[in-house]
Design a protein around this ligand. Structure first.
Ligand code: ZN
Length: 439
């Protein structure tokens, strides 16, 4: 359902069930609306609140309507006198975005403004992400800056790796992370040229998939590696709440965490390189669309037909991401293997994705990960990255896992992949926290 329709429904729901909040003349409330079809669930939450050690500071954040089985979680209340000049649409972004940033969102003059808009749009429509941002804001105090929250050195690092002629074409391209489910990266055509946006969920997906794949090398128990795979898949599906900063799923030893981050960064560099390749190979030339179309595409919804790169272009972007760097042999080998790892992880996820979606491969936005892997290996020089025989072993192992997934999980227990709540790593997790009360 389009976001503005959901908002219209939410506004109606608010006005009907919580007239006092809607009519408040002093404050604008950022709220999470919770429909509890189950009376027992609502009562149990009320009880947990009542007996919570921080009851006094928490109680005013919740408003209940028992009759209609609804509750509101007030995330932040902003004095209306502070935002009198902002429109209803602009208020959704404040104070996570500053007024200056909100002005830029409303009147984009370049792609940095467009990227800001995309980031803010994704946060404003997701109360969980809003909670993450409010927490980060409280932590940073006066130093809070929404744009800086997304800063990452990886984009510059990749451009630095590129050969000089490609570097010259890419160095001014705006690029960064944002939050979006079920997607990886996009090179987006706009009237200001292309910009690149890559999913932060993808980063989490890879973090846990690497733990699943390599954890045993660092002494991680089998059940933790297994849980990591669920976590990775659920994150990609959008079933896992995006509140990792509020409710850590695992407290891994520092050395393991660093190993994982090293692998994730390399895999992200490949994805970043893939998007830059779309840019300098001219795959999006002449494809500019409007803001609404762009937001739709970047929200993980349908990609407009004329934005879709051809499958051959996707395969070219994979190849060029690796072949156009000026990295030395050892580093290039690592980057190539990172690309293979990423595609092998996506191959596992593909089983789950395809279970509910029978779209034939030629209609998909990207060719299937396994096709990308074979084509990439085929085109790269033989000495670059793992040989085919090695990869075949992993592919065969993945096939066994995919069979188990299909026979034992997707059919009989699909709901565990979509179930509410979070997955934790049993060996690296202590206290279970209560959502909305403990974090
Ligand atoms: Zn692509």
């Amino acid at each position: 359902m389009p976001t503005n329709e959901i908002e219209a429904i939410n506004r109606k729901f608010m006005a009907k069930n919580f007239p006092d909040l809607t009519a408040d003349t002093e404050f604008y409330h950022h709220c999470e609306l919770i429909n509890c079809p189950d009376a027992e669930k609502l009562r149990s939450f009320q009880e947990q609140l009542l007996f919570h050690p921080h009851f006094h500071s928490l109680k005013d954040r919740f408003v209940f309507n028992e009759e209609n089985l609804a509750m509101i979680h007030i995330l932040r209340s902003v004095p209306l006198k502070d935002i009198g000049e902002l429109s209803e649409e602009q208020r959704r972004y404040y104070p996570i975005c500053s007024k200056e940033e909100i002005q830029r969102i409303s009147d984009a003059k370049n792609n940095a403004d467009n990227l800001l808009h995309v980031r803010a749009f994704q946060v404003a429509k997701d109360p969980t992400l809003q909670r993450v941002m409010f927490r980060a804001m409280d932590y940073m105090g006066d130093k809070w800056n929404f744009t800086k929250y997304f800063n990452s050195p990886l984009f510059r690092r990749y451009v630095h790796y590129l050969k000089p002629d490609k570097q010259a074409v890419c160095k001014d391209v705006v690029a960064g992370f944002y939050h979006v489910k079920e997607s990886n990266g996009s090179c987006v055509p706009t009237p200001f040229g292309n910009f690149i946006a890559i999913s932060l969920y993808l980063k989490k997906f890879m973090y846990y998939m690497n733990l699943w794949e390599y954890g045993h090398n660092w002494g991680v128990a089998q059940e933790d590696c297994q849980a990591a795979m669920w976590l990775g898949i659920r994150t990609m599906m959008g079933s896992e709440p995006p509140d990792f900063e509020l409710d850590p799923r695992s407290k891994l030893p520092k050395s393991i965490h660093q190993n994982l981050m090293g692998l994730v960064d390399l895999q992200l560099l490949f994805i970043i390189g893939h998007e830059y390749a779309h840019h300098y190979l001219g795959h999006l030339d002449g494809k500019t669309g409007g803001m609404a179309e762009m937001l739709k595409m970047l929200s993980g919804n349908v990609v407009p037909e004329h934005f879709k790169p051809q499958h051959q272009q996707e395969l070219d972007a994979d190849y060029h991401a690796l072949i156009n760097t000026r990295l030395g042999e050892g580093d290039l080998d690592k980057l190539t293997n990172a690309a293979f790892d990423f595609l092998l992880f996506m191959d596992i996820y593909e089983t789950v994705r395809a279970y509910n979606d029978s779209t034939p491969e030629y209609r998909l936005e990207h060719p299937k990960p396994i096709t990308r892997l074979y084509k990439l290996r085929e085109r790269l020089p033989a000495g670059m990255g793992r040989p085919m025989a090695d990869l075949e072993e992993v592919i065969a192992r993945n096939q066994d896992i995919r069979d188990v997934l299909i026979t034992h999980i997707l059919g009989p227990q699909y709901e565990i992949l979509e179930a509410d709540g979070s997955v934790y790593l049993p060996g690296y997790h202590n206290a279970k926290l209560i959502d909305r009360l403990d974090f």
